[in-house]
Design a protein around this ligand. Structure first.
Ligand code: IMP
Length: 195
């Protein structure tokens, strides 16, 4: 039996965990926060994606001792000067309601014809005394109405360039192959494999 390599992924988001486990593949045992007994709601107080990813990764390393990575993701809309960006989770308020966030986004884009947007993910890896960052992004447009049942967050209103369906309509493998998180995670995997 091959021994799996293990690392913590600092998230409470079950969708992200599922995506990361699929992308990292069977040779990795990806431990969740609950698996290591971390029940803290780690405050994301930075005003950059890398800053928030760093806070989460460092928190786990410092309090639990495990090597850890964390991601922070934002949806940046050109016509809204990059909003909601780092505030994507709290766009419609502090209760992180994805449906309300999407609704507000569509409202704020009423009458806007330039629908260009991109997702950006920054992964921070806290390993030993080292801290490293890996970035991934995907460009596309914001649709006029939500469509699809899959995925999470803003997936129902994001149409990636070159595709005619939203992330929500794609299989997990299709989304992971082109997504911000997929791209950032593959850079992380390459680093971990070659260090
Ligand atoms: P965070 O990285 O958990 O802070 O996510 C920021 C916001 O972006 C949250 O509202 C998430 O639901 C949303 N989000 C993060 N990743 C994705 C994704 O892959 N697709 C759609 N929305 C996402």
């Amino acid at each position: 039996m091959t021994v799996k390599k293990q690392i913590v992924f600092a998230t409470n988001n079950a969708h992200k965990l599922e995506e990361i486990r699929k992308i990292m593949g069977p040779e990795w045992h990806i431990m969740s926060l609950s698996e290591i007994g971390c029940t803290a709601d780690i405050p994301e107080t930075a005003d950059t994606l890398s800053g928030n990813a760093e806070i989460k990764a460092r928190y786990v390393k410092e309090h639990f001792g495990y090597d850890c990575f964390a991601d922070d993701t934002g949806l940046l809309v050109d016509a809204l000067d990059g909003a909601p960006g780092v505030y994507s989770a709290r766009y419609a308020g502090e209760n992180h309601d994805s449906v309300a966030n999407m609704k507000l986004l569509l409202e704020n884009m009423k009458g806007v014809t330039d629908r260009k947007a991109h997702f950006s993910t920054v992964i921070a890896l806290a390993e030993g005394d080292d801290l490293r960052f890996f970035e991934g992004s995907v460009h596309g447009v914001i649709t006029y109405t939500p469509s699809g049942e899959g995925g999470f967050g803003y997936d129902p209103v994001f149409l990636p360039d070159g595709y005619d369906v939203t992330f929500s309509c794609m299989s997990a493998d299709e989304k992971n192959a082109i997504s911000h998180r997929g791209r950032a995670t593959r850079k992380l995997i390459e680093y971990l494999a070659n260090k």
